[in-house]
Design a protein. Structure first.
Length: 358
């Protein structure tokens, strides 16, 4: 059988999420984080970042249960949508196409429930909007300039990575143990560290959506603003610097618990011989080059995803026999190998033992 050609994907482009209180979500994403409103009504708000020229990067849609309705990717040309249909039909996936688009601002589109259970969308035609790079009169100190990536939780990372490679994604970094078990992989289409990541845990679920700022000081400004608003309790983790991706980060939880990362300063990966960086799952610096321990919610929580009819996709339990089978999250272990315990400061050794009891 001839292998069906995958669509030529440019980048992650937007996410559609379901929120239970549209006003509360607007206050978080618009009033606090500063995303720009492209369109809004009583049922949905369409948002974009300062440097974006397509209609939106995030849709907040009112609904009864918090969830993710679509992970959307832009393709290189209208013809790529035919390839998307063929690619997923060949894999037995449910495929739907709407010539006038599933949402505002987007034309001919293909939506699928992919082999991992995630709702993916592919599109090319868009309504253009003003790009606000030069609108410094409206910029805020924590200016969010781009959508950077998604992060997805799946029970079989190895199968997820193989599927994404078939779809044309390239691995930039991954986490493995000495047996070769893959715990997470960062995969890209645009020349950055990732457009999406596959991370191990009960799934399918969304771990986070990430937006980029230009500099570290923009992230600190967001922290300061949250403190001034007495909203610092929505900070889940950070700020800090990852080993994986080298990025400076901050993780927030929105009013419905959806996880949002604010991200900056990763690196260029566009050369064809860009080397893959592999991290030992026990290497403490791959989760944080420096920073505080990962909180339990990081491993425990993720957003439900919906099928093409808007129903929650049932979770599949992670069942592999790896060391990390009991853990959920984008970073694997929080502590180093047992033999490293003696090299820790004495006050840290108790924390190490507690971590291995969790």
């Amino acid at each position: 059988m001839t292998k069906v050609q995958a669509p030529d994907i440019l980048r992650c482009a937007y996410m559609e999420i379901v929120v239970t209180d549209l006003a509360a979500s607007r206050k978080f994403y618009v009033d606090t984080l500063g995303l720009l409103v492209t369109y809004e009504d009583d049922e949905a708000i369409y948002l974009r970042t300062y440097e974006e020229f397509i209609h939106h990067n995030l849709i907040l849609r009112k609904g009864p249960v918090p969830a993710v309705a679509a992970f959307a990717f832009r393709v290189r040309s209208p013809e790529e949508l035919d390839r998307a249909e063929e690619f997923y039909k060949a894999r037995g996936c449910e495929v739907r196409r709407k010539k006038d688009g599933f949402v505002r601002g987007i034309g001919d589109s293909v939506r699928v429930q992919d082999p991992l259970g995630f709702p993916y969308e592919f599109f090319y035609e868009v309504e253009h909007r003003e790009r606000h790079c030069w609108s410094y009169d409206i910029h805020v100190p924590g200016a969010i300039v781009r959508l950077d990536h998604f992060n997805q939780i799946t029970p079989d990372v190895t199968a997820g990575v193989a599927y994404m490679e078939d779809l044309g994604f390239r691995i930039t970094e991954d986490i493995r143990d000495d047996k070769g078990t893959v715990y997470a992989a960062w995969m890209r289409r645009k020349p950055s560290v990732h457009d999406t990541a596959m991370t191990g845990g009960d799934g399918p679920r969304m771990h986070h959506i990430a937006f980029a700022t230009h500099e570290k000081h923009n992230i600190i400004a967001i922290c300061d603003k949250l403190g001034a608003l007495r909203k610092s309790d929505c900070i889940e983790r950070g700020p800090g610097r990852h080993g994986v991706s080298n990025a400076y980060y901050l993780y927030l939880r929105d009013p419905d618990g959806h996880r949002v990362e604010i991200y900056t300063q990763d690196y260029y990966t566009g050369d064809p011989d860009n080397p893959v960086v592999t991290w030992d799952v026990h290497d403490n610096q791959r989760r944080d080059w420096w920073g505080t321990p990962v909180v339990p919610s990081w491993y425990r929580d993720g957003s439900t995803v919906l099928d093409l009819d808007g129903n929650p996709v049932p979770l599949v339990k992670r069942t592999d026999d790896s060391e990390l089978a009991q853990t959920i999250g984008a970073d694997g272990f929080s502590y180093t190998r047992p033999e490293d315990e003696d090299s820790m400061p004495e006050w840290k050794q108790g924390e190490f033992k507690l971590g291995h009891q969790l």
